[in-house]
Write a protein that binds this ligand. Structure first.
Ligand SMILES: NC(=O)c1ccc[n+]([C@@H]2O[C@H](COP(=O)([O-])OP(=O)(O)OC[C@H]3O[C@@H](n4cnc5c(N)ncnc54)[C@H](O)[C@@H]3O)[C@@H](O)[C@H]2O)c1
Length: 127
């Protein structure tokens, strides 16, 4: 049965792929992204192939913005059945070399670890 699937970060690499795949399975996808143009490009590709997609400009860190988009999604596509949260992104300023702790990380200076990551870089992961 067709579901309404809301995807945040839908203009990005991973979630655009998820959204396109889900639309091909017959689901309606709401594409939310800070970057409206990127989300719209994904929606255009899906709709051109016969799917149902709608793009929305949305900052997932802004409650009022989310509530406004929620109302639009309800009106356009219906109640959300599934939410996929992919908003975020990878910044080189907050990407550690090792995915898990490796002995010596705490004193390393020549590459990024959880111990020497710049606070401003860390903030980039959250905005
Ligand atoms: N690509 C990977 O290998 C990988 C691995 C592990 C985790 N992740 C995580 O998965 C998520 C998606 O990764 P990706 O590679 O597709 O990233 P991406 O940078 O290609 O896409 C992220 C999207 O999120 C949007 N975004 C950023 N902040 C937002 C906000 N406040 N509100 C709404 N949209 C916002 C961006 O505009 C962008 O389109 C990220 O959180 C990333 O950290 C990615």
């Amino acid at each position: 049965m067709s579901k309404v699937i809301v995807v945040t970060g839908a203009g990005g690499v991973l979630c655009s792929g998820f959204a396109e795949y889900l639309a091909k399975q017959g689901h309606k996808v709401a594409l939310l992204d800070l970057n409206e143009r990127a989300a719209q490009a994904v929606a255009d590709r899906i709709n051109a192939e016969g799917g149902v997609a709608k793009a929305y400009a949305c900052n997932v860190l802004d409650k009022a913005c989310i509530e406004g988009v929620h109302a639009k999604v309800l009106a356009d596509l219906g109640k959300c059945d599934i939410l996929i949260n992919g908003a975020g992104g990878n910044s080189p300023k907050c990407t550690t070399l090792h995915e898990e702790y490796v002995a010596g990380d705490e004193t390393a200076t020549e590459f990024l670890t959880f111990f020497n990551i710049d606070e401003k870089g860390f903030d980039l992961c959250l905005t």
